[in-house]
Design a protein. Structure first.
Length: 116
């Protein structure tokens, strides 16, 4: 079993930045980030696999980094847009690494709100 705790969400104006954190109870191979806007399906945003992958909508603006000594993965979000608004979740799996919802563990989420 792995516990995940997200933090760092908040409200920011368009063009601003936020850094989300995902701390896990132990090392695990892959961490993914997802978001869900009201009335929309959850979508994969990024993961920190050997070859990190980003959704087209965030590529060039979001960056995933990891510190294994802290069991923490960060999602640095820059040039935020109102359409980035949503609940952001981190997810973890010991084998799967991708943008699909196939991770075994999900966190509770942290809210990001971007105003225009």
């Amino acid at each position: 079993q792995v516990q995940l705790v997200e933090s760092g969400g908040g409200s920011v104006q368009a063009g601003g930045s936020l850094r989300l954190s995902c701390t896990t109870s132990r090392y695990i191979h892959c961490i993914g980030w997802f978001r869900q806007a009201p009335g929309k399906e959850r979508e994969g945003v990024a993961h920190d696999g050997v070859w990190p992958q980003y959704a087209d909508s965030v590529r060039g603006r979001f960056t995933v980094t990891r510190d294994n000594t802290k069991n923490t993965v960060w999602l640095q979000m820059t040039y935020l847009k109102p359409e980035d608004t949503g609940m952001y979740y981190c997810a973890a799996d010991s084998s799967y690494c991708g943008l699909g919802p196939l991770y075994k563990y999900f966190g509770q989420g942290t809210q990001v709100t971007v105003s225009s």
